[in-house]
Ligand binder design. Structure first.
Ligand code: NZQ
Ligand code: ZN
Length: 388
């Protein structure tokens, strides 16, 4: 196991009817900005309920944070934060609203050009770079990204999606009420299962580091998603299935299974380019890239792929290669069974787009990806060809 530091200050309030904690968790004298997305939270009455729980506090709203939130949108909210002297924000939504709110928090009092915050990649942004941040809480409406309990955001600008990481960007608290996710369209639920699954895989199917607790927790998350994912999609109001989906997604990317182990993230970086260029949903890009990547990287990942085959899918018969083949096939079939297609061609993408994606990866410096930094542009091209 590698040396590690672990820090996660986000308080979690899980379960039905938890909005009442807002009154205790948000400072009594706060001037609050509620942030939300394209309107689902407004239409289903959630914003009104959140406002009711804020009581007499002065409250402003900023709606219209789009999926894959854009710098240009978020910067308008940062202006409101400054104009109205906002002291606390409440993000009501999925990964895009939460990520957007993290960026608003970092950008509002940033001394230099806030666009520079997109340049640090996986380097942690400090208060010297961001200035004073605006604390915020979360009311989660979509189980997928883990953003509700981590220090990362992904922000779109032009034809790029840029990671923004900072220990100043952890939510102060997150309310995870599975019933608030009942209104999701099926495809978003399915995307969420895939996202949590691939987050876990990116931290688990790498190379052995003898991290037994992290491995078994990862295997537990994967097996839970395999068990409850299809139910979570098929039965939108099945509370138990959705509750397990929500907590799996949070646990998949809150840092706990990441400690002391190698991490891949190549599928995410290639997937981000597919979203930025072709507008494919985040979860769908992962369903396209991941099975192809596992195939292309089967030698580098051999030991962990065998462990994955045996412990997650209970594949015990056959040669090593047969076990790996079957595990990758089952992974693809699992995504497909949720209704998420796994081939680029099924999204109407033709092979002539692959060089454009490769150019984007080059422009964004994504030339040495993976846990061993040896996914070059050539390897990315092979992965995308396999994903056709
Ligand atoms: O905008 P509204 O109208 O609310 O509709 C949203 C949106 O269209 C809808 N939705 C959300 N909750 C709903 C609902 N509709 C009905 N009922 C509800 N309860 O769902 C649509 C998608 O929402 P979005 O927030 O974009 O989805 P998701 O949570 O999958 O977030 C994706 C974003 O997170 C980033 C992705 O890159 C992408 O930008 N990621 C963030 C990560 C992180 N911060 O750690 C890690 C991830 O790997 C990921 O990259
Ligand atoms: Zn993801």
């Amino acid at each position: 196991m590698f040396n590690f530091d672990f820090y996660n200050p986000t308080k979690i309030f899980f379960g039905k009817n938890r909005l009442d904690v807002i009154d205790k968790q948000v400072p009594a004298n706060a001037i609050v900005l509620i942030t939300y997305g394209g309107g689902s939270a407004k239409r289903n009455g959630l914003i009104d309920k959140v406002k009711a729980n804020l009581g007499k506090r002065k409250v402003y709203e900023f709606g219209g944070i789009e999926p894959n939130p854009h710098y240009e949108t978020l910067i308008k909210a940062a202006e409101i934060v400054n104009k109205k002297n906002i002291t606390f924000m409440l993000a009501v939504g999925g990964g895009s609203v939460i990520d957007g709110t993290k960026f608003i928090s970092l950008a509002s009092h940033c001394k230099g050009d806030s666009r520079d915050l997109l340049k640090y990649g996986f380097r942690l942004i400090t208060s010297e770079m961001a200035g004073e941040v605006v604390p915020f809480g979360v009311v989660l409406t979509l189980p997928a990204t883990g953003s509700e309990m981590n220090n990362g955001a992904v922000i779109s600008d032009g034809h790029g999606k840029f990671p923004v990481m900072s220990d100043l960007a952890f939510p102060e608290f997150s309310i995870l009420d599975p019933t608030l996710t009942f209104t999701l369209p099926k495809i978003q639920v399915a995307n969420g299962v895939v996202d949590a699954f691939v987050h876990t895989g990116e931290q688990y199917i790498t190379y052995p580091a003898d991290a037994k607790v992290q491995d078994r927790m990862a295997e537990g998350i994967l097996q839970t998603l395999i068990e409850i994912g299809p139910i979570s999609v098929a039965e939108p109001e099945n509370y138990d299935a959705r509750a397990n989906h929500v907590w799996s997604a949070t646990m998949a990317l809150n840092g706990i299974i990441a400690v002391g182990v190698p991490q891949d993230w190549a599928t995410h970086m290639i997937g981000h380019e597919l979203t930025a260029l072709l507008g494919i949903d985040h979860g769908q890009t992962l369903a396209i890239v991941y099975p192809a990547l596992l195939e292309v990287r089967r030698e580098q990942k051999r030991a962990k792929l065998l462990q994955y085959a045996e412990r997650v899918w209970n594949i015990t018969k056959g040669t090593e290669d047969e076990k790996i083949d079957m595990a990758i096939r089952k992974t693809r079939e699992f995504f497909e069974s949720l209704g998420v297609k796994t081939h680029l061609s099924q999204y109407g993408v033709t092979a002539d787009k692959i060089p454009v994606v490769i150019e984007q990866l080059r422009d964004h410096g994504m030339t040495a990806l993976s846990e061993t930094h040896d996914i070059t542009l050539d390897v990315s091209r092979k992965i995308l060809e396999k994903a056709m």
